[in-house]
Design a protein around this ligand. Sequence first.
Ligand SMILES: Cc1cc2nc3c(=O)[nH]c(=O)nc-3n(C[C@H](O)[C@H](O)[C@H](O)COP(=O)(O)OP(=O)(O)OC[C@H]3O[C@@H](n4cnc5c(N)ncnc54)[C@H](O)[C@@H]3O)c2cc1C
Length: 383
Amino acid sequence: MIVVGAGAAGAAAAAHLARAGRRVLLLDQAASFPRAKACGGGMAASVQAWFPFDLRPVVETVIERVRFTWDLGDPVVAELPGEAPFWIVQRANLDAFLVEQARASGACFLPGCSVQALQRRDGRWRLQLGSSVGSPEEEGLEALAVVVADGSGSRLAAGLGLGPSRPRFATTVSVEVEGGVADPTTAHFGFGLVPKGFCWAFPRRGGMSIGLGSFIGRPADAATARSEADAVLARLLPSLGFAAGAGQRTVNRLRVWDGHHPLHGEGVVVAGDAASLCDPFLAEGLRPALLSGCRAASAIDLWLAGEAGALAGYSDGLRRDWGDSMAWGRRIASVFYRVPGVGYQLGIKRPTAPQRIAQILSGEMGYGDIAQRAIRRLLLQRG
Ligand SMILES: Cc1cc2nc3c(=O)[nH]c(=O)nc-3n(C[C@H](O)[C@H](O)[C@H](O)COP(=O)(O)OP(=O)(O)OC[C@H]3O[C@@H](n4cnc5c(N)ncnc54)[C@H](O)[C@@H]3O)c2cc1C
């Protein structure tokens, strides 16, 4: 079977499938791994539960507290309890590590291989390749089953009727800055600086991963996004102890969750950003990428073993365990980012907010739980 894309979702799927004893070919268009990947690398340590091997070799920082600000002031600090830490990884290293785990279990990894299209013929998938670094027999690959995990710019998902036909995107700008970090165990989330979004600064080994994301409205073009980001960074970076112009700025479009959609077809599932699973409020895409990669592997394994409903079970399970929370996340984003000043006061400055935030970041609680508590509170006030 074939996995397209060796990011967090695809490499996790390949590692699990190879461990299950399946013959796996993992393809990625990047010429070599580790490859550069714009990502803050923040993820709940609870993802460890989905893997039979230790992820800690690639964890660079264990975050102990999260600091929220409004326009760089009015701070709220949430202490993360010891049993629910938040990890920072360098994405390039995490993905390469998962690829190595897949290879160690017998998967074959082919970098420099761009998949242009998938066609179903006689009960098999045929992959059309844009470029192949391999031998002629690797061209025009075929497989019984495919995991599509080609990321936010997926060319494959919509054509297969998987995920939204017209995906929704957030605009992000990422900056890697090198140098000493005053408090290497605190992650920063800044509101009130980025229109319709927020900025984050995560400490990692040797510096910080900083990013800006805008989540509602039409995505800005790259030039506008970059010049707006420069103005924000000129204030944000000095507040963190870095020069105003530090770091190279990269603009990316991030596919975010936008409604429930089928994530499977006959012998095919879509995972990670390609499945539009990324949180539309806080841009959390790593946890759903890893979750969907792991679940895609077990669904495909069961389907290959003859369990006809396994792939439908994949779509249903992700809807229940991730999509339902994201539906609330999308509603919260559309209200919060329209009136962020009010959202900050009512949502983040509430006395119970630091504890709830810690629970959200650790994956213990979803947006649905938060929304239901808020609704219950309103009903009690009215009653
Ligand atoms: C600036 C920024 C900061 C972020 N910070 C965080 C964060 O701190 N925490 C968090 O949880 N999420 C974060 N995210 C979101 C997170 O990075 C994504 O949700 C995550 O990368 C999704 O993983 P993936 O495996 O689905 O896709 P990717 O990691 O993008 O992997 C897709 C892979 O597919 C390959 N590929 C693409 N097309 C083809 C093709 N046609 N043929 C073969 N290979 C192909 C690509 O080369 C790539 O390696 C951030 C995103 C951005 C943009």
